[in-house]
Design a protein around this ligand. Structure first.
Ligand code: NAD
Length: 277
């Protein structure tokens, strides 16, 4: 599956939406100087620029007290020039991630990490949903991979990828199994999957002998190595699967593109063009 090409198409759609909506703003808050987070934030800015969105880049030192971070979130919540707002994770240890992420106004919460948006997803009345699981669903739709009645196995249960992924697949009428670090005999589950989503961060965890012939394998994992970025899925899977997403060039570009699409959605919520559920 070519995530790069599909991301290009999504960006084209977003650029049209931006034209229609007029000015649009995406704000990011980065606390501290984690190099990977810095790269992610810079890429988000580059993408937003390309589709004509305004970028509000807020950076705070690693030792910023929680109240000051919360005050900045409040300021951006109230700012009419900000449609989408995200706080880059991981946050430094002294900050409570739940408290800070929960303080984002739900209409602006493009990562879908407030209890409100997570709860709406749970209830099947989606507001904002994280860009990575949205990107995976868009890949499945684009490549016409049937989900209804399919057996889907999600490896990973994080709030940002695994859990929302499982819920979206469930909404698409798949029969969903969630595996994680304490799952016994992972292969017993993955071998059954028509759709396998690996979101772990262990290079090569999913090998050819763990996947069903003709299945669709989505590799969300990204690990930085000396040889570059590598996914969770071993090369040997390519011979068996009908579709595999490459790393890089699969889910990564789709995540970036879907964040822009979510910012458009946020703008529609805020302007009353779309009712917030
Ligand atoms: P996380 O560390 O929060 O979660 C990892 C999950 O994997 C956990 O739920 C854990 O239970 C499970 N796990 C760990 N070891 C396992 C094992 N041996 N067998 C089965 N399950 C195991 O990570 P995350 O934020 O969910 O991200 C997962 C991976 O996806 C990371 O590599 C991350 O870099 C990548 N990621 C990629 C994108 C993208 O755009 N492609 C976006 C977000 C995250």
């Amino acid at each position: 599956m070519d995530g790069k090409a599909l991301a290009e198409k999504v960006r084209g759609e977003v650029a049209k939406d931006v034209e229609e909506l007029g000015s649009l703003g995406l704000a990011t808050i980065l606390v501290g100087d984690d190099p990977a987070s810095d790269v992610y934030v810079s890429l988000k800015h580059k993408d937003a620029n390309e589709v004509g969105m305004r970028l509000i880049d807020k950076r705070l030192p690693a030792n910023t007290p929680e109240d000051d971070v919360l005050a900045l979130v409040e300021e951006l919540n109230a700012d009419d020039g900000v449609d989408g707002l995200l706080v880059q994770t991981p946050l430094p240890d002294h900050l409570d991630e739940f408290t800070i992420l929960s303080s984002v106004r739900p209409e602006k919460d493009v990562d879908g990490l407030t209890p409100q948006n997570a709860g709406l997803l749970y209830l099947g009345r989606n507001g904002h949903v994280g860009a990575t699981p949205l990107g995976v669903m868009r890949l499945l739709t684009e490549y016409r991979v049937p989900t209804a009645g399919a057996r889907a196995v999600v490896v990973g249960r994080s709030p940002i990828v695994g859990k929302p992924m499982a819920l979206l697949l469930l909404q698409a009428n798949a029969t969903v199994t969630v595996c994680h670090s304490r799952t016994d005999d992972l292969a017993r589950h993955t071998l059954d999957a028509d759709i396998l989503v690996a979101a772990v961060g262990v290079p090569g965890l999913i090998t050819g002998d763990m996947v069903k012939a003709g299945s669709t394998v989505i590799d969300v994992g990204i690990t930085r190595t000396d040889a570059g970025l590598v996914g969770d899925v071993d090369q040997s899977v390519a011979e068996l699967a009908a579709y595999v997403t490459p790393v890089p060039g699969g889910v990564g570009p789709m995540t970036r593109a879907m964040l822009l699409a979510s910012t458009v959605k946020a703008a529609r919520y805020r302007r009353g063009l779309l009712p917030f559920p």
